[in-house]
Ligand binder design. Sequence first.
Ligand SMILES: *[C@@H]1O[C@H](CO)[C@@H](O)[C@H](O)[C@H]1NC(C)=O
Ligand SMILES: *[C@@H]1O[C@H](CO)[C@@H](O)[C@H](O)[C@H]1NC(C)=O
Ligand SMILES: *[C@@H]1O[C@H](CO)[C@@H](O)[C@H](O)[C@H]1NC(C)=O
Ligand SMILES: *[C@@H]1O[C@H](CO)[C@@H](O)[C@H](O)[C@H]1NC(C)=O
Ligand SMILES: *[C@@H]1O[C@H](CO)[C@@H](O)[C@H](O)[C@H]1NC(C)=O
Ligand SMILES: *[C@@H]1O[C@H](CO)[C@@H](O)[C@H](O)[C@H]1NC(C)=O
Length: 429
Amino acid sequence: MDMRSLLTLSVLLALIRGNKGQKPIVTLRPKFPQVYAGDDITLICNREGGSKPTTWFINETSSQTHQDYLMLLTAVTPDNNGVYECEQGGMKSDPFTLTVLDLEPHAQLSPSVGGAVMTKGEGRNLVLQTDDDDLENWICYVLRGVNTFAIGLDINKEMKRAVFFAEFKEAERATFWCKKNTTVLRSNAVTLKMTELMVMLVPPAVPALKGENLTLRCEVWGKPKLDKAVFYKNNKSLPKSSPEDTYTITNATQSDNGMYSCHATYRYTHISAKAAMKDGDADAQELKVIGGPPAAVISASANSLKCSCPDCPASCTSYHWYHTPFNDPFTREKRSENDESINVEKEGEYRCRRDCGNGFSRFSDIHNYTDQPVEFGHMWYILVPALILFVIIIVLIIVLKYRRCGRMGIQAPGRDADQDTLMSVRYVR
Ligand SMILES: *[C@@H]1O[C@H](CO)[C@@H](O)[C@H](O)[C@H]1NC(C)=O
Ligand SMILES: *[C@@H]1O[C@H](CO)[C@@H](O)[C@H](O)[C@H]1NC(C)=O
Ligand SMILES: *[C@@H]1O[C@H](CO)[C@@H](O)[C@H](O)[C@H]1NC(C)=O
Ligand SMILES: *[C@@H]1O[C@H](CO)[C@@H](O)[C@H](O)[C@H]1NC(C)=O
Ligand SMILES: *[C@@H]1O[C@H](CO)[C@@H](O)[C@H](O)[C@H]1NC(C)=O
Ligand SMILES: *[C@@H]1O[C@H](CO)[C@@H](O)[C@H](O)[C@H]1NC(C)=O
């Protein structure tokens, strides 16, 4: 075969290949620069767009549970790390390596009120807090289905936070997150789920962490009077709880994972006193408890606070400290120190976390620092010895006076003087 026929052959082969279509590609949505523990992510297997019969391979084993071209992974952890491949129409994608960091991202995004489920047409304010003041450089996004849209931010410079209104439009679930322009710094993601039913089972909007107490609420649209609510886990009814509309899981573990729903009986008594009794079921919602990244811990002695993180990886180097005044619970000021220990003067709530390069440890619990008790403590240390010293001096004076008076033989006036001194001592005490 000469050169020319070789060339023709390869062109022909390429044409045949082209006709059969290209290899599918695995893409990650949201388009996160880094995936952190607790994120909800979707892997998309796409050849030419649209849904097609798909086979997924995880660590080279074909997956029985994922057969759609979208693979939704909720509350991911490093256990989800692995090599993901997909196959459509006999064509296999290149491998996609998923790496979940067991850390938290830089910024925090959270709903101002409410949990993870809303009725169709509803919306909710999400609040963004970052460590630096340059909120103008942050952009927020929403993923609805497979499409991403940018969202405008309302910046409150004074309170060092930004707010935007989160809504579904036509989607059934929407994931919101924010990113600092031209950097890899981002916030956690908040996923909101839509329901078309009157009754809603509402889990928290943030990932459920092991060891936490979790509250599931049974809510009814329009907030009527709730006569009765029954909670279900995997279709089995749960023991009655109090208050009626909430079910609390104390010290959550992986054994609490499951699909939760509720059945509510209610009356719109605020519309009409004779409103009819109604009842309904909620959509089931997934609860997934994850171990969560290692957490920082504050220990305190007097006005010195120390931050530690026993389970943090070695990549964690510096420390971040945060202060919130008691009278201003919405502001959060990052302190300039990056040290393990700090001395505090200002009253308020203190939290710390460790900076681990490509992410952070979890925040410590809040440490309340109050001035008074410590100040009073110090005062007593000074006051008590001072008082004792004072009494000793008085007693010494009396004794000395007695001796002198005795020697001089002038007793009556001396006694009067002593009485005066004694009285003044009593007065002081
Ligand atoms: C894939 O294999 C890695 C290494 O053996 C393992 O750590 C990981 O958990 C596996 N991933 C899944 C999703 O099973
Ligand atoms: C983000 O950065 C790009 C490139 O520097 C710039 O063109 C764009 O205006 C920036 N957007 C915002 C919202 O700052
Ligand atoms: C969870 O609730 C239990 C019982 O009400 C309480 O003792 C415990 O301190 C709570 N734990 C946390 C982490 O709030
Ligand atoms: C609960 O019941 C519904 C309807 O009967 C069924 O579709 C669903 O799979 C059940 N869920 C579980 C977790 O068993
Ligand atoms: C929470 O559960 C773990 C194990 O399930 C147990 O070791 C721990 O003591 C429990 N904590 C509380 C506060 O009950
Ligand atoms: C800290 O103080 C605030 C405000 O006074 C209070 O609401 C909170 O419960 C306190 N937290 C702790 C852990 O003591």
